[in-house]
Design a binder for this molecule. Sequence first.
Ligand SMILES: [Zn+2]
Length: 415
Amino acid sequence: MPYIAMARKWRPHSFSEMVGQEHIAQTLKNAITTGNIHHAFLFSGTRGVGKTTSARILAAMLNCTAASEQRPCGQCESCKAITAGLSMDVMEIDAASNNGVDDMREVLEGTQYPPMNSKYRVLIIDEVHALSKQAWYSMLKTLEEPPSYLVFIFATTDPNKIPATILSRVLCFDFKRLSSLQISKRLAFICEQEGIKVAPEALSIISEKADGSMRDALTIFDEVFAYSGSSITAESAQKALGIPPDALYVELIKAFEAHDAKGSFAVLEKATFAGAEIQVFLDGFIRFLRNFLYARLGISAEQLEISQESLDNLKKLAPELDQGDILRISKMIMELSEKCSAKHGLNPRLIAEAEFSKIAWLDRVVNINEALKNISNISNVPLNKENQKKIGSFAGTSSGIGTASTSSSSTRLNI
Ligand SMILES: [Zn+2]
């Protein structure tokens, strides 16, 4: 049997299958149940979050002769025609390639007549922000006085480019980016249905890389599945996507803990030798540091989508570093990642090495409460000559690791 891309196979066919857009699904369902249908909708949001899919579901629901509250029946003439892309009453156009005034006039001409076989004539215009100003104005009159059977559904990733006169005539829906957890849950469900064995860490890696887009997540999943087969582990997902294994990140954080700049360069060398792009390596490290910090804060393995064993290992990792240190390192790596992605012609590896040296030579953060307690303990001791000497040396600035230097305490407050 030929392999069908997951994004196609698992495209939602009902509002109840829409992940992360429950607020929109509920409003649209209510509109259909009450028959209170607005004549123009605008679906905006980042790519791959379900705008076009929702437009198709809405179009099918409007014309289905046997729709339930949740979904079109999929069996009636209208549903069959829409699924086959043969419906005369539901038209879908891509404004990115049909953005001129003539294109729009032609489309609008077809809307002058009532639907042939259905209740509504639905016009779905994707990437609608790409329409020219003239194309919008040619549509304005129809939008102001639409025939009762006509419904516009516009989809866009850039609502700011849509003229205000149009925005005031459409019902706007803002589609949310999906959280990693929402994507992981959906992928886990699909894997279960498909009989694919998958490690939670692998799902977490895929959903992080998808960056809020369900469609991207499914495309990435296809890539991982093609490499791993029906048993997907964290390692196979990392290999398929060119993401360095966590073992390298463990090595890197230990090098930072030991003030070992040379050791941190060696990790970078290994990652580069294995073919990882610096940017991908750093993004993976940011994810690792986030899990490292969360593990310290007592977040559960389930919430982090990692195994209990990985969580226990993270908790024991680099005990010399405290939460403040991890935060500072995360911040510096995020800035470094930004610097490496900026196109200023500098070699990203050299920038990374310079920043790694800085991190390796950082003073440790000192818990300011501990430091204050120490000071108050000392101030309670009666002053004899010996104690005076001790206080003098404590108050003097020192740059050693773990010392209560004023500079490191103030750095903590700045985080
Ligand atoms: Zn139907």
